[in-house]
Design a protein around this ligand. Structure first.
Ligand code: MG
Length: 283
């Protein structure tokens, strides 16, 4: 298979991705899918969706979970509401994540992505232990159906993420590396982080961002691919260094502006194709 097939983050009825029609118009060979609403996660819908993807010649690589009640309004809200960390929602979200994994299995997809949330850093913190136990339970469920869990990066530094992976200790636990999130959340230089966690990276988001004036306290700004502080050429070079040759999935989180989203994802595809061509030339 070709190195680095392009992809887009797509949505059917939930989430911030582009619509499937746009993926087709942009002629990308792969997508990641934001898990649809529970009412759409039936065997019949899975069959129809698989048929549609086959017609379009698009391969679905990761199904991403999202939950009711999550908010990315600002960093403190995100801390309080996202993923498997909030204790009041944990039990029900683990159950939903398993249901999403079942839906992914119906679609023939062997990877489920997730923002696990802000895991407390102190291993003695009961909430840290609970997040580890939650991840173990989910990993074991996925392993039984031949699936992997890909943790989205951003909310923690590379070192904290490595410590968390070690604490969970499951061999189907990997990383979806999003370089822009490292900047948006102020969690460290994305390229340095990618080198550190590289051996666990099984999928990536191509997204760009500019650092906040006070990183970690306020959001950085998401910007079109190539216009931010990630350095896309250096990002792809580093992916080559860590031997990552999987899909490059463009994520542009402005679903409220579909025309602009489509135009910018289209430009992102051109940016990535130019860098790919440049890096494949013998030197
Ligand atoms: Mg992302």
């Amino acid at each position: 298979m070709e190195r680095w097939p392009l992809g887009v983050f797509a949505s059917i009825d939930a989430g911030l991705g582009v619509r499937l029609e746009i993926a087709r118009e942009l002629q990308v060979p792969t997508i990641q899918l934001h898990a649809p609403q529970p009412s759409s996660r039936t065997p019949e819908k899975a069959r129809q969706f698989t048929e549609r993807l086959n017609q379009l010649g698009i391969r679905l690589t990761v199904v991403f979970a999202g939950f009711e009640g999550e908010s990315y309004a600002d960093i403190p809200t995100c801390r309080r509401t996202v993923g498997l960390v909030p204790p009041e929602q944990r039990h029900q979200r683990i159950a939903e994540l398993k249901a999403i994994a079942d839906f992914a299995k119906l679609l023939g997809v062997d990877a489920v992505g997730l923002h696990i949330g802000f895991v407390p850093h102190d291993p003695a913190d009961p909430q840290h232990r609970a997040a580890v136990a939650a991840a173990q339970e989910v990993c074991d469920y996925l392993a039984a159906q031949g699936q992997r869990l890909h943790l989205e990066t951003g909310q923690e530094t590379a070192d904290t993420l490595l410590a968390f992976l070690a604490a969970v200790g499951r061999d189907n636990l990997f990383i979806n590396f999003d370089p822009a999130n490292m900047i948006l959340y102020g969690s460290g230089d994305p390229i340095e982080a990618l080198r550190k966690v590289g051996r666990f990276v099984r999928s990536v988001h191509c997204k760009d961002a500019k650092w906040a004036a006070r990183p970690g306290e306020e959001w950085g700004a998401e910007v079109p691919l190539g216009e931010g502080d990630v350095g896309m050429e250096r990002f792809l070079q580093t992916l080559a260094e860590i031997d990552y040759d999987g899909p490059l999935t463009i994520e542009r989180e402005i679903p409220q502006e579909p025309d602009r989203q489509k135009a910018e994802v289209g430009r992102g595809i051109r940016v990535l194709n130019e860098i790919k061509a440049k890096l494949s030339k013998p030197t």
